[in-house]
Design a protein. Structure first.
Length: 489
């Protein structure tokens, strides 16, 4: 192009720019097709529409007169016919950040002025219900957005769908550090109400916990190793963990499986309530323990316990509960002078009115180790024994010497009930006296005149029906505790 032609183009620049039809807006409305937009213009030479090929440069500025460019497109040959040309310009999405932009056109090395302001069109502000206010807040279904993205609809407000066959991230929340301070939460979904009190929240903490908050409380959280629940609800309706299964057949409200050497379930109650409460309104069993093919232990609906072998580790005798009377007996009520004399002989060891080892003071009451007999005046009751060779002998009050009942039976509200556990069979420590002769292991024992004490049998004819059991220990003299194998005869 000659210098005269260039000067002609330069002189015609003002008139040409006035006729430019800048169509950037339609491209902004179709950004889903890409970031390019169509630009049309009319170029004249000496007032005559230009024809031919012209090199053109398009520069995008952030100021109408400044030197900072934010994008450039260079086209070495643009076809111009009858003064008209059409080009596609693509500055990329980074060139448009929401701030104003100006376009400068350079034809054959000659810049045309002034720069043209890139203006928005109505559809870039409001497109089929999409509204952007002057604070850059986006509203869908509202023209008064209150948040960076405010979506309002009657139902199905938002649907997110991933088209990947696997590992598709439908929604990703990310929290970055602010001014070098790491955030507490990497992301959170808040559930708000009209009072803006945020009653609910689902969040993921930087500590590695997924947290669930309800009404300001945090009852549930997930860690890499556990599901943790905390609550202060009462009764089953508000239990910390409440699971209900309505399936009438084959349904389970909870299932736990453990492959370690530790317990599958650990229950602890630091208060006074029960650790485990079982309620069975229907007709099924309360408890079933099985290895998958054979029932080992179960408790049926009537409360009957079924098991193949029962090993009791907490005691060694079979006891029943009885009400036991003292019969107004005490250490000083016996009339046998020989018994009193024998007791006085051991005064230096335990004292004339002291209880033998394993007894509780005062001795005149009912205490573990005492021999008891059937009370002839009260049905189903017992009394502390106080006569020799008493055929009403019933057993020994269990618990002396630290040996407790292994099994304790009774029925509340009937004659088969009471406060004292009485051993009817098994091993139990018994109060005994050696006044009728030293006691050796294997000796038969019967009642004595010393209240609550057993003695050695030396008259086997009188002992018929009055035998308490066999001694498993010895007592050389005085009174004390002897281990007895209870077996009434």
């Amino acid at each position: 192009m000659s210098n005269q032609s260039s000067q002609t183009l330069l002189r015609a620049a003002t008139a040409m720019v006035a006729m430019l039809a800048f169509l950037a807006a339609p491209a902004l409305a179709a950004q889903t097709l890409g970031s390019a937009f169509t630009y049309q213009g009319k170029l004249t030479q000496n007032g005559t529409p230009a024809n031919g090929q012209f090199s053109m440069r398009f520069l995008l500025y952030d100021d109408p007169a400044g030197s900072n460019t934010v994008g450039a497109v260079i086209l070495p040959a643009v076809a111009v016919a009858d003064g008209l040309f059409t080009v596609d310009l693509d500055f990329g999405v980074s060139g448009f950040d929401g701030n104003e932009r100006w376009l400068e056109v350079i034809v054959a090395g000659q810049p045309l002025s002034p720069r043209q302001r890139v203006a928005a069109t109505p559809y870039s502000l409001q497109t089929r219900g999409l509204f952007v206010d002057d604070q850059k807040r986006v509203g869908i279904g509202t023209t008064t957005p209150q948040w960076p993205l405010d979506v309002r609809a009657l139902q199905s407000v938002l649907r997110l769908e991933s088209m990947l066959s696997s590992n598709g991230s439908v929604l990703e929340l990310r929290g970055d550090s602010f001014l070098g301070n790491p955030p507490t939460l990497l992301g959170a979904i808040n559930f708000n109400n009209s009072a803006s009190s945020y009653p609910g929240q689902i969040s993921y903490a930087t500590s590695g916990e997924m947290r669930f908050r309800v009404e300001g409380q945090q009852p549930i959280k997930l860690t890499p190793n556990s599901l943790q629940a905390e609550g202060d609800g009462q009764f089953r309706e508000n239990a910390t963990v409440h699971a209900v299964n309505t399936q009438p057949t084959g349904g389970m409200a909870g299932y736990f499986q453990n492959n370690s050497t530790w317990a599958t379930t650990h229950m602890e109650n630091d208060g006074s309530g029960e650790i485990l409460w079982l309620q069975r309104p229907g007709t099924g069993n309360y408890i079933v323990a099985t290895n998958g093919s054979d029932w080992k232990f179960w408790v049926d609906n009537a409360g009957v316990t079924h098991t193949k072998v029962l090993e009791i580790l907490g005691g060694s005798d079979l006891s029943e509960r009885f009400d036991v009377g003292t019969g107004n007996v005490g250490w000083d009520t016996e009339k046998n002078q020989a018994t009193r004399d024998a007791r006085d002989d051991r005064r230096g060891a335990v004292g004339s009115h002291a209880a033998p080892a394993g007894m509780s003071e005062p001795v005149s009451g009912v205490a573990p180790g005492m021999v008891v007999s059937i009370d002839p005046d009260r049905e189903g009751k017992l009394v502390v024994s106080r006569t020799t060779y008493d055929r009403r002998v019933a057993g020994v009050i269990s618990g002396a010497g630290g040996v407790k009942p292994g099994m304790l039976m009774g029925q509340d509200g009937t004659a088969a009930s009471g406060a004292s556990p009485v051993a009817l069979t098994g091993r139990v420590y018994c109060l005994a006296t050696a006044n009728n002769g030293p006691i050796e292991p294997g000796d038969l024992l019967t009642t004595s005149s010393l209240p609550g004490h057993a003695m050695r049998v030396d008259d086997h004819a009188r002992a018929q029906g009055a035998v308490l059991g066999k001694a498993m220990g010895s007592l050389k003299h005085g009174e004390g505790l002897v281990l007895v194998l209870v077996g009434l005869q």
